[in-house]
Design a protein around this ligand. Structure first.
Ligand code: GTP
Ligand code: MG
Length: 219
């Protein structure tokens, strides 16, 4: 009975995600869904890309957090359209919330919509938000065991970012074991090593983002 209820929730989410995807198609928007544990650096990665500039790609952002508008305020400083969703304690975003947020965004002025999900490695994974691609972020302070313990995120990610590599000299993190864990689940998924503070991998991150927007244009 419990399983049945869960399946109904997911089915309802998937149905609304189809509507969200149709809106994206109508406006030529490419959407990415960023998923990580709290504090891995999702907002900082978005800020870093905005600082760098995406040469002509118009960005919009949806921030998901249980409480506060703190992340949206960080993004608003870059003068891009941003909407904060508060889940009032909920541990993930659902497509219904994204659908509502779309009404508050200038869709005809956005090429690439970045959704920052609520910090959580488990709950967001089962909920399609209408995105084209998923970004899984892990920072080196979290331990190399994450792909082994939370495999579903790594099964569905289009790119994996290993963030805060500037801290590798100070924390025990086995990069090889992490890579084996990720590629054991999805052999071809790219893993980018990034430091938002030192600049490592930032160019590749920005290029990947631009590529997502280009793909939409070419389709
Ligand atoms: N040393 C170092 N710190 C970083 C890096 N990226 C982010 N941080 C720091 O990590 C902390 C958390 O970063 P956020 O970007 O807020 O993380 P988040 O994933 O958005 O967090 P939630 O929205 O709460 O889930 C901040 O203090 C950042 O300055 C990095 O590459 N290196
Ligand atoms: Mg954040």
């Amino acid at each position: 009975m419990k399983v049945d209820v869960v399946q109904k929730v997911l089915k309802a989410n998937d149905d609304i995600a189809k509507l969200v995807r149709a809106r994206f198609d109508e406006y030529g928007i490419s959407c990415i869904n960023m998923i990580s544990a709290p504090g891995s650096g999702k907002t900082t990665l978005i800020e870093t890309a905005l600082k760098q500039g995406l040469s002509g790609v118009r960005i919009g952002v949806i921030e998901g957090d249980p409480e506060t508008t703190r992340d949206a305020e960080r993004i608003a400083k870059y003068d891009v359209p941003v909407v904060q969703i508060n889940t009032a304690g909920g541990c993930h975003l659902e497509s219904q919330l994204v659908l509502q947020a779309l009404d508050k965004l200038p869709l005809d002025a956005i090429d690439l919509l970045i959704i920052e999900n609520v910090g959580n490695l488990v709950c967001p994974v089962g909920f399609d938000l209408g995105e084209k691609s998923r970004v899984a972020v892990v920072s080196v302070t979290e331990g190399q065991d994450k792909p082994f313990k939370y495999p579903r995120l790594f099964q569905t990610a289009n790119i994996v970012i290993l963030n805060k590599v500037d801290l590798l000299p100070y924390v025990p993190f086995d990069v090889e074991e992490f890579k084996q864990g990720v590629h054991g689940i999805q052999p071809d998924v790219p893993i980018l090593h990034v430091s938002c503070t030192q600049g490592d991998g930032v160019e590749q991150w920005v290029n990947w983002l631009k590529g997502q927007a280009d793909k939409q244009t070419n389709e």
